[in-house]
Design a protein around this ligand. Structure first.
Ligand code: S3P
Length: 172
C-alpha cells in the first residue's frame, strides 16, 4: 500500500502549457499524492465552466473561489495542487499558496508553450491569439508575479516529465 511522503503540499504554478497537469499526474503516481486541479474542482463545484464563471460573475468572484480553495487545502498534506495559469496573479492567492507548502514555478519558452497548446481549444485567454508573439507578450507581463510567488523555478524546455520531477524533488 502506498504511503505518504510529504508533510506539506506542493503547489504548481505557471503559464498555460508549462506542464502543470503533466507534472502533477506524474508526482501523483510516484508519491501517492492526491491531485487538486484547481480549475477542475472549481468548475465541478460551481457546475459551470471557467469561462462561464468569468462571464457570469466576473474575475474577482473566480479569484475568491481560488483563495478559498487554497485555504481549504492547508489542512491537508501530500497533495499536489495544480493552479490555473492566472492564480498567482493575485497577491492574496500567493499568500495562501505559501501556507500550503512549497510553490513550484514551471516555465518554458514561448515557442515551447505554443507547441503544447496549439492543438486544444480549451483556453479562453488565448482564444483567437494562439501565436508565439502573443504568448511571449503575456508571459512577459506575468513574469514578475510568477517569479515572486515561486520558492522553486524549473525550466521545462527539452526535458521529459521524469527529468522535471527529479529536478523538482531535488530543489524542494
Ligand atoms: C488561465 C489559465 C487556465 C484557466 C483559465 C485562465 C490563465 O488554466 O485557469 O483559462 O489566465 O492563464 P491552465 O493554466 O490550466 O490552462
Amino acid at each position: 500500500q502506498a504511503r505518504k511522503l510529504f508533510s506539506y503540499n506542493i503547489v504548481l504554478i505557471g503559464f498555460m502549457g508549462a506542464g502543470k497537469t503533466t507534472v502533477s499526474d506524474y508526482l501523483s503516481t510516484c508519491f501517492a499524492m492526491d491531485i487538486v486541479e484547481m480549475d477542475q474542482v472549481i468548475a465541478d463545484r460551481e457546475e459551470m465552466s471557467i469561462p462561464d464563471i468569468f462571464a457570469t460573475y466576473g474575475e474577482e468572484y473566480f479569484r475568491d473561489l481560488e483563495t478559498n480553495l487554497l485555504i481549504e487545502m492547508q489542512s491537508k498534506n501530500n497533495m499536489v495542487i495544480s493552479c490555473g495559469g492566472g492564480a498567482a496573479l493575485r497577491e492574496r492567492n500567493v499568500q495562501e499558496m505559501k501556507k500550503n507548502g512549497r510553490v513550484v514555478l514551471l516555465t518554458a519558452n514561448p515557442e515551447t508553450i505554443y507547441d503544447r497548446v496549439k492543438d486544444g481549444d480549451e483556453r479562453p485567454v488565448l482564444k483567437g491569439n494562439k501565436n508565439v508573439p502573443f504568448i511571449a507578450e503575456l508571459m512577459e507581463k506575468r513574469r514578475e508575479k510568477y517569479e515572486a510567488a515561486a520558492d522553486v523555478v524549473i525550466h521545462t524546455d527539452d526535458k521529459d516529465v521524469m527529468q522535471i520531477c527529479e529536478e523538482l524533488i531535488n530543489k524542494l
